[in-house]
Design a protein around this ligand. Sequence first.
Ligand code: GDP
Ligand code: MG
Length: 439
Amino acid sequence: GLSSRLQNVFGKLRGKGKVTEEDLNDAMREVRLALLEADVNFKVVKEFIAKVKEKALGQELQKSFTPGMIIIDIVNKELTELMGGTQSKLAKAAKSPTVIMMAGLQGAGKTTTSGKLALMLKKSNHKPLLVAGDIYRPAAIKQLEVVGSGVGVPVFTLGDQTSPVEIARQGVQHAKDNGLDYVIIDTAGRLHIDEALMDELKQIHEVTKPDEVLFVVDAMTGQEAVNVAQSFHDQLALTGVVLTKLDGDTRGGAALSIKAVTGCPIKFAATGEKIEPLEPFHPERMASRILGMGDMLSLIEKAQAGIDADKAAEMERKMRTAEFTFEDFLDQMEQVRKMGPLDQIMDMLPGMNKMKGMKDMKVDDKQVGRVEAIVKSMTTEEKRKPEVLNHSRRKRIAAGSGTSVAEVNRLIKQFDDMRKMMKQFSSMMGPGSKGPKGA
Ligand code: GDP
Ligand code: MG
């Protein structure tokens, strides 16, 4: 994945005073490859790289204890931004009903998505109507009827002998007459864009004046999806995109390209054949998916919020030179406490969640206080070299700190665990690192 590639690039940079433009170019080459691999349009990639470079050069990379992570963070934020930043909501007409027109190639998932959308609306106490506007595909009407009855949403149809334009017009009227507040018009698709199809869609658009024109696109389609989206957009003025079949193994780079090229926000994501409520699209999650790094980013964010970079770098140096003491441990605990529950953080670290004993290491204020008492009861030698802590020393420390031998033992054990964790943490982010497993 991209994160491990970048860590390799930036691992080489450690110890250098600052990140040069050349270094950055190396990193950007990796980003570029990762994006192309994820099927992002090459023009989009080019513009994107230029933007990220500009942002990255403006940052104080050398001060950061993990420049690679900072770059990934910038890349992720920019990707998220490119896909619309925040979640885009479904349009709502000032005057009911809200008309939603579905468009897209055959097999993209329009009918299935119509059903999911209807279910989503129904679940939020709306009264949707499905309109059977595909009269060409054999059994298309029946398919929508099955979907509709499955979710308990009425389906408006005039059979396959009336024109889809007329069906759509009457469908909207039917909703008005019956107090239904959303009309979802399912339409026909073709394997390729053709004029007859576009003309029909344009007429449906003219007659029903939809508040929302959703372009339904199969995420697996790759590059071609961009051209198709652009043609639909030119003709119909799309208002949003639904990305389907994200349950497959696509990285979803096409999604990013569609948004970048057409400017249309991706509003929903579909992840299965089963009719379940349609899920809003989350740009941030998609960015992580494209970069292939799962929960790494939320971890980095947490770490960045909680850890003082200078302090962490110093701590890491101490770890490596074996200067890490109980006093540092106390300090570290304070930092970890700021990051939030340790077990949560552990869960996000690949390979770390299985580390024994870590789950029990809840760090709270009270605990920090007791640890402080124990550490203060140690001699300087004991703080530096925990190996000397034999039973009688432990007893003395317990008495001096008003705790128990069991508690002192536990702390020493935790100190060891922390050392191990720090080592893993620093090898993950640190020099010459190959990155975490699976990243
Ligand atoms: P339409 O021609 O655009 O109306 O497409 P359909 O709704 O008939 O869907 C075409 C095929 O794709 C059907 O077999 C659906 O079950 C399947 N499908 C639709 N959405 C998804 C999805 O999100 N994931 C998967 N795996 N299959 C989907
Ligand atoms: Mg269909």
